[in-house]
Design a protein around this ligand. Sequence first.
Ligand SMILES: [Zn+2]
Length: 449
Amino acid sequence: MHTVRIQAAAIVARRDQVFQPGQVVIHGGQIVEVTSRLDQRPDVDLGEQVILPGLVNPHTHLEFCQLSQPFPSGSNFPQWISSVVNYRRQRDSGKELEQIREDLRCSIEAGLAESRDFGVATLCDIATMPWSLECLPDFDRSMRSMDSPDASAWDRSRVLQHRFPTVVAALEQIGLDENRGAQSDAWRREIEQQYQTGQASTSDRRLLEIALSPHAPYSTAWSFFTAVVQIAKSSDRLLVTHLAESQDELQWLRDGTGAFRDVFERLGIRASEIQRPTVTEVIEQLAGAPRSLLVHGNYLTDQEIQIVAKHRDRMRVAYCPRTHSHFGHEEYPLEKLRRAGIDVVLGTDSRASNPDLNLWQEARHALSLHKSLSPWDALETITLGASQSLGLHHRYGAIAPGFDAVLCVATAPKKKLISTELIEFLFENNHRLIPLWQERLLHDKGASR
Ligand SMILES: [Zn+2]
C-alpha cells in the first residue's frame, strides 16, 4: 500500500482544530496522520488551499436526480406530493420491473456523481420501491485502469476517493391500506435478504447500512409504522421519518380535515377509518429506535421540542434549509431546537424541492437565515454532527487517523486568519467545496501523475 502526504495552507480537521499550514497523510484510503509539522516533503503541495473533511448529507432522495428543476410548491403540501406521485407514475408507466430499476439506477448514479462533485463523502438516501441493491452503481469503472500496481501513489489515492460517496439506504415503508403496506413490507424483506446473503458484497461496496424509513404519519398506516419501529429496534438500525413538515399535515393529524383529507377522499381512501397519531406519539415511537432521524420538524411546538430533547442522545433532527424556503414555510425553529440541546443537522432533501444537491450551499443558506448559527456550528451540521446522526462518526465528518480519506478543498484567504475567521471566510467566499481528487485542480497545481 502506498502513502500520500498532502500539504496545504490550512487543514480544518474538526471543530476548533485547524492546522495552518498542515499536512495530512493518507494510506490505503484512510487518514493516518494530520499534523502541523512540515519537516517531511509532501507528495502534493496544494499551496493556498484549505483542506476540509468530506461532507455528510443525512437526507436526500436520489431517485429524483433526473429532474431539471424542482416541482412548484403548490398551494398546499398534498399538491406538491401529487406532482411527485404523477412524475413517478409517468416515469414508470408501461415499463417492466427491470427497466424501472435501470431508470432508478441512472438517477441514483447521477445523484451520487453530483454529490461527489459537491464534496459529499457519504449520504443517507431514502430508497423507494422497487429500488434494489443493483440500483447502486459500482465505483467509476474508468478509474480501474489507475488501480494497478504500477500506478502512482497519487493515482491510487484518487481511485479510492472515487468510490465515494458511500450510502446508507433507508428503505421507505409506506402505505395507508393493508395491500400497499404488505407490498412495502415484502419489498423490504426481499432487499434485506439480498443484502444478508452478500449479493452486494463487492470489494468496493458502496452500501454502508440498510436503515428503515416509515415515510410519514400521513402516508404510513399507524399499525404499520409502529411495526417498522419494532424492526429497527430489534435489528439495531437507524430510523428516518418525515414529521411536522407542513401545516396541512398537522391539521390532518389533529382534526382529520384539510387538504390531506381531500386527497384521500379523491383517491377513494376512507379518511374516517385512518388512525391518526399525534406528533408526540410519533416522536415517542421514534425514541424507541436505537437511532432516529426526525426529518424537517418545521412545525414542532415548544412542548414537542422538549420531548425530542429528552431523547436527544439517540434522536436528531434534519433540517433542509433550501427546501424549507422553497415551500415558504414559517421560520424554522432552529434556535429553539438548539437551545433544547438537540443536534440539528442539514440535508439537501431531493431535487423535487431543491435545485441541486450542493450541501455546502445548505449551510450557507442556513447561515444567512439564522443569525445565532456560527460558522463553526454550520460546518458541524454538515460534517461530524451529520455523521453522528447516521452513526458514522468514527469514519466520516472529520480529518483524523482512522477516518476515510475523503477530503475537500476550498480557496484559502490571502493572509492567515484565526480559525473562527477562517471558517467564516470559507463560507463567504466559496460557493461549493471541490473534492480533492478533482483533476483540474491537481493539474493546476502541477501534481505529478
Ligand atoms: Zn425527504
